[in-house]
Design a protein around this ligand. Structure first.
Ligand code: FAD
Ligand code: NAP
Length: 313
């Protein structure tokens, strides 16, 4: 059987695509998600900008009901990693990590993005032993202790605020003295007593011993170094696009991508390959928001429905 639509990735983009394709009449739709559905927002300790959500809720709370809503309309879920998507003639092949493959008339990709490494000494060595990219997952280990947060965007500042509620003190280390984060978030950070801003400072090395991290050395733009003794260092320095599933055997991409690896799409989420749509954080000029990823999923689904309709009728 050839699927009407294969959806790769089960974050806000993929799940919304699943809802709209199935509810919009496509019969055989499978969503491939390598982990639990919900995407990266499930790591967020607080979401306050999803329309209609007024209370204090976590990203996990927000995403919990989405898979069930899709399943109600017939979306199938295959919990597997997709290794590659190829196309021959009008048919796509979804190559899976378990060695098997499926075929589909259309594909919606929403594999999102992943935390970027900051590149300081000790980052890889101590990853999971004091260096973390998830405050919700690991913050509790540092209850009552001091931690450092690296970065100056929305993620770093929001997670610093979260950690400040659990930890004795948070050192927010940023390489400039102005922040990318929303002004309201910056204000909240500045007004939080137990957050110390360490600006114009770049982490040089995270060091420690067999038990894990014991500190981070930062270098100020004026050349001075400072040792900050903390058992936990959280890095939030941006994300890289997860476009690996589009890489072909010869190293080329299945469809057009830009220099940053973001997938080129038009306003209908169509890529340069007919029947292939890209959504959410992985596409060019993505606002990197749950609401826009969900919007992309809906748009891509409507485009896929028209495409399959024309192809088969
Ligand atoms: P993702 O959420 O990244 O989902 C992609 C999914 O694809 C993942 O579940 C992944 O497991 C799966 N996948 C990847 N590769 C494969 C593969 N090869 N095979 C199978 N499955 C695969 N946005 C807001 O609007 N408000 C906020 O307050 C906010 N806070 C944030 C806080 C944090 C800590 C982070 C990290 C992000 C935050 N964001 C926030 C951004 C938001 O989470 C993203 O913009 C959004 O999740 C993007 O959705 P997506 O579906 O494109 O991708
Ligand atoms: P981001 O906006 O790209 O910010 C990354 C931060 O890390 C920047 O301040 C950058 O410094 C710093 N940085 C980058 N590389 C570094 C390095 N090697 N060493 C030290 N510092 C480094 O990433 P993000 O905060 O993860 O946000 C990603 C996207 O998701 C954004 O579009 C954001 O708006 C969105 N998001 C939104 C919300 C929300 O709406 N509430 C929450 C989270 C994320 P410079 O500033 O000097 O470049």
């Amino acid at each position: 059987m050839i699927l009407d639509c294969a959806i790769v990735g089960g974050g806000p983009a993929g799940l919304t695509a699943g809802l709209y394709t199935t509810r919009g009449g496509l019969e055989n739709v499978t969503m491939y998600e390598k982990g639990m559905p919900g995407g990266q927002i499930t790591q967020s300790s607080e979401i306050e900008n999803y329309p209609g959500v007024t209370g204090e809720i976590t990203g996990m709370d927000l995403m919990m009901p989405w898979p069930e809503q899709c399943q109600k309309f017939g979306l199938k879920h295959d919990m597997v990693e997709v290794t590659r998507i190829t196309k021959e003639g009008d048919v796509f092949t979804i190559h899976k990590g378990d060695g098997s493959s499926d075929q589909a008339h259309s594909v919606i990709v929403g594999t999102g993005s992943s935390p970027r490494r900051a590149g300081f000494k000790g980052e890889d060595e101590f990853f999971g032993k004091g260096v973390s990219t998830c405050a919700t997952c690991d913050g509790f280990f540092y209850k009552g202790k001091e931690v450092a947060v690296i970065g100056g965007g929305d993620t770093a500042l929001e997670e610093a605020l979260y950690l400040a509620k659990i930890c004795a003190k948070v050192y927010l280390i940023h390489r400039r003295d102005t922040f990318r984060a929303a002004p309201n978030t910056v204000k909240r950070v500045e007004n939080t007593e137990n957050i110390e801003l360490v600006v114009n400072s770049t982490p040089d090395e995270v060091y420690g011993d067999a038990m894990g991290v014991t500190g981070v050395r930062v270098i100020n733009t004026n050349g001075e170094t400072r040792e900050i003794e903390v058992p936990g260092v959280f890095t939030f320095v941006g994300n890289d696009v997860n476009n690996q599933v589009l890489i072909q055997e010869d190293g080329s991409f299945l469809c057009d991508v830009n220099e940053q690896g973001q997938v080129m799409v038009n306003l209908s989420m169509k890529t340069s390959v007919p029947g292939l749509f890209a959504t959410g954080d992985m596409r060019v000029e993505a606002p990197k928001q749950v609401v826009s990823a969900a919007g992309d999923g809906a748009v891509a689904a409507l485009s896929a429905i028209s495409y399959v309709d024309e192809l088969l009728n």
